[in-house]
Write a protein that binds this ligand. Structure first.
Ligand code: HPA
Ligand SMILES: [Zn+2]
Length: 331
């Protein structure tokens, strides 16, 4: 039995494996600047967040139809299932797709169709979170926010992603106020490359229910204290942090320290096709450096379920799976 976990920090477009990119490009007649999977893979060396985002946005242009979105969602869920994921809260970047002329309804219908097959086939439950680009104008995010509500698009929450430095959360306060007033959940990337102050802003101005990444909180003891007191979930992505050079090596990763301080941390894969693997690869890499105990692993898994937007009964069912896993380990 694999450690059962919830995947709460996963960008759908970041699950596009090089093989799928080449296949979709051929199918949709999209010209790419690489002739082969190997040539594409050779570009997967990143120096920071922006160097990754440039390639990430370039590659997602191969997605053209609702069927493409259904297919990649399902391909991701197969891998998620193989790596122990029992519930997923999936991010996608609507601005990327509507700018290319795709219909918002088609994108969401395709993703939802894939998620529903995943629920039937593997019992993986789900939520869907539309992320706004912080590098684009807040007014553009606001227009999209209003459209999502006016057209009753089927999403469960909103997030904030893309380039962090120079784009503080405060720019998006109005968008998050609007989302909250319309019953949507709210999360935001903060403190990945950006300073601890961006985490304060995400909490106080955007009133987020989870912070994505959040590792830079360790620079600010008062912030750590607040995050511990509120048991604010932090969705930490170890392989992403290494590949984007937010942390030097896995041995330097702050996750053990964060656990030690009582922060509500859980492990996630961010953009697994780009960063060296899915949930299981993240845990395998952590285990090589830290050899976590059964108890520590169970805490990480339980935190992941407690940090979901599921109802209490569903959370309890999934938490019971963690306990069953612990019993199996101790047998
Ligand atoms: O790690 C990330 N940070 C910000 N934006 C993103 N979009 C995809 N992945 C990321
Ligand atoms: Zn992310």
């Amino acid at each position: 039995m694999k450690l059962p976990v919830a995947e709460l920090h996963i960008h759908l477009e970041g699950t596009l494996e090089p093989e799928m990119i080449m296949e979709l490009a051929a199918k949709n007649g999209v010209e790419l600047p690489y002739a082969s999977v190997d040539q594409l893979r050779a570009k997967y060396e990143f120096s920071n967040l922006q160097s990754f985002l440039d390639l990430f946005y370039e590659n997602m242009v191969v997605l053209r139809t609702a069927e493409d979105f259904r297919e990649i969602t399902l391909a991701y869920l197969q891998r998620a299932h193989d790596s122990g994921v029992r519930h997923v809260e999936l991010f996608f970047d609507p601005q990327a797709h509507i700018q290319r002329g795709l219909g918002l309804g088609d994108v969401i219908a395709g993703i939802r169709a894939g998620l529903n097959v995943g629920l039937e086939r593997w019992g993986i439950s789900h939520k869907l979170i539309a992320c706004f680009w912080r590098h684009a104008r807040a007014a553009e995010a606001m227009d999209l926010m209003k459209l999502l509500v006016a057209e009753k698009h089927d999403i469960d929450g909103i997030g904030l992603d893309s380039s962090e430095l120079g784009f503080p959360p405060e720019l998006f306060q109005e968008v998050f106020d609007y989302a909250r007033a319309h019953g949507l959940h709210a999360v935001a990337h903060a403190g990945e490359e950006g300073p601890a102050d961006y985490i304060w802003q995400a909490l106080d101005l955007l009133k987020v229910e989870r912070v994505d990444h959040g590792i830079r909180c360790l620079d600010d003891p008062a912030l750590v204290q607040r995050l511990v007191e509120e048991q604010m979930p932090l969705t930490v992505c170890p392989l992403s942090n290494i590949r984007l050079r937010a942390v030097d090596t896995m041995a330097d990763h702050p996750l053990p320290q964060m656990l030690e301080k009582g922060l509500k941390v859980s492990v996630h894969s961010d953009d697994p096709a780009y960063f060296g693997g899915y949930m299981d690869a993240n845990f395998a890499s952590l285990m090589e450096s830290f050899n976590f105990s059964t108890e520590q692993l169970a805490t990480l898994a339980s935190n992941s379920f407690e940090s979901t937007f599921l109802d209490e009964a569903s959370k309890q069912e999934l938490l019971a799976e963690v306990q069953a896993w612990v019993q199996q380990q101790n047998r």
